[in-house]
Design a protein around this ligand. Structure first.
Ligand SMILES: NC(=O)c1ccc[n+]([C@@H]2O[C@H](COP(=O)([O-])OP(=O)(O)OC[C@H]3O[C@@H](n4cnc5c(N)ncnc54)[C@H](O)[C@@H]3O)[C@@H](O)[C@H]2O)c1
Length: 429
């Protein structure tokens, strides 16, 4: 790094905000360019706008070292590195590059000679060279790879993961030029205490991220499909996975559930599918995996209906308690969350629904776990927050007079629950 040591992070969300904190911790002057004024105020006062362990712990320690703003010129003034961390959603199962194109259009006039622009947002192979490079070159009047540096370093952060944080996850990266790659490697080595692997092309780096998340999607689809078939065959998939996991090579456990959510796994396969289609290849296997995972919320609702039938009742008018709305435990992110879909389907079928998530109080219609569970015919566990698992013992469920439980995360003690005379159904269990 040169003398300036100023970094701009564009987009202060689940990816950009931890990165801004990390850069500030490592002694860089950090500007955060953001369009959400509410987030800007919170960040500048040291308060995290998101539920994220890393940010909640570190942001208060770096107050005054991160300057969040919506003023692009001010943010990019004297900056040496600009890192784009804006959303890249899939709309109608197709990549939507609107945010990342807009972000590049906004910063382009302020990109000066020698600046390193890194796209951390997830993009499909070819996006940077074919879509973003022309935008940045046009707006700056400079040549990428010659006058300024441009590359990709996909973020692998896993919000809520206490074992791996942004500080110690290895990274892959590539820039359009060798000089850019070397500069970017030095920069990332100065902030991340893990291996930084240089790849030979930006397209390879783009492909790495979508492949990693597609790998998870297809493997989860595999066990979700097994769960459906083993439910019919009466085989406990959980025990099968446990057994298969004793093989020390050639097997890696994945677990069934209510589907996949979040801004990555549920969307990135569509990026890969679309870019391959553009090149003339149809990914039938990946599309099927998406279909299977997308079918799981409806499968959970089918299990609810079958369980109610055993109680001699039907879903219409039944008192159902849905626990959890975020797409995984310990966080407040509900993007693409299967729990939202389950809630929608239950409501559409006439259930009297009480919903509670301690991390997503704004979308809960009850204020506590006790209130949500009280009087329910059936409880659906959609997200296995620690707060739920600690309390949802067989004794507690029995005391609340709940008659049945559908455990969409296989996270509760099914045998104890059954031993109290309560119906219990897991996924593939
Ligand atoms: N969330 C994850 O776990 C995760 C992990 C790895 C990679 N990613 C990828 O990182 C990218 C960002 O995801 P995220 O989860 O942080 O999204 P996010 O929605 O949490 O944050 C994005 C932020 O960018 C801001 N923004 C949008 N357009 C802007 C613009 N033109 N200028 C400035 N700010 C702008 C938004 O207001 C928002 O605060 C996506 O491409 C995603 O696929 C996400």
């Amino acid at each position: 790094m040169g003398a300036n040591r100023k970094i701009v992070v564009i987009g202060l969300g689940y990816v950009g905000l931890p990165l801004a904190c990390l850069c500030a911790k490592k002694g860089f002057e950090v500007a955060g360019l953001e369009i959400d004024e509410g987030k800007i105020d919170l960040v500048n006062s040291g308060k995290s706008p998101i539920k994220d362990n890393y940010v909640e712990e570190n942001l208060p320690k770096v107050v005054g070292k991160i300057s969040a703003t919506s003023d692009t010129g001010q943010a990019l003034k004297d900056a040496e590195v600009a890192i784009v961390c804006v959303p890249t959603p899939a709309v109608d199962d197709k990549p939507d590059l609107g945010f990342v194109k807009q972000a590049c259009e906004t910063i382009a006039p302020f990109v000066s000679k020698g600046v390193l622009v890194v796209i951390e947002s997830t993009v499909y192979p070819g996006t940077i060279a074919e879509v973003l490079k022309p935008i940045l070159e046009k707006g700056s009047g400079l040549k990428a790879g010659k006058d300024f540096f441009l590359g990709h370093c996909p973020e692998r952060i896993d919000p809520g993961n206490k074992e791996f944080s942004i500080e110690d996850i290895p990274r892959v990266l590539a820039c359009l030029s060798k000089e850019g790659s070397e500069k970017a490697k030095k920069f990332y080595e100065s902030i991340v205490g893990a291996r930084i692997e240089l790849l030979s092309s930006v397209e390879s780096a783009e492909a790495v991220k979508v492949v990693e998340n597609t790998f998870r999607d297809v493997n989860i689809a595999f066990v979700n499909e097994l769960a459906k078939s083993f439910d019919r065959m009466g085989i406990d998939l959980g025990e099968v996975i446990k057994g298969a996991s004793t093989k020390p090579f050639g097997y890696m456990p994945f677990y069934p559930g209510p589907g996949v959510g979040g801004h990555c796994i549920a969307q990135d396969p569509y990026y890969l599918i679309a870019s391959a289609k553009k090149a003339g290849f149809e990914h039938s296997f990946l599309k099927l995996a998406r279909e299977i995972n997308n079918s799981m919320p409806a499968y959970v609702v089918t299990l609810v209906e079958e369980t109610l039938k055993k109680l001699g009742t039907e879903l219409k008018g039944a008192k159902i308690c849905l626990l959890g709305l975020s797409y995984k435990p310990g966080i407040d992110d509900t993007r693409e969350s299967p729990a939202l879909k389950i809630a929608e389907l239950l409501r559409a079928k006439g259930a009297a629904l009480k919903v509670f998530d301690p991390f997503v109080k704004g979308e809960s219609n009850t204020g506590s776990l006790d209130e949500a569970v009280k009087g329910a015919d059936l409880v659906v566990l959609a997200t296995h927050h620690k707060q739920f698992l600690e309390k949802l013992t067989a004794t507690y469920i029995k005391a609340k007079r709940v008659k049945a439980v559908v455990d969409a995360r296989n996270a509760l003690d099914g045998s104890s629950i059954k031993s109290k005379g309560i119906l219990y159904k897991g996924i593939g269990k």
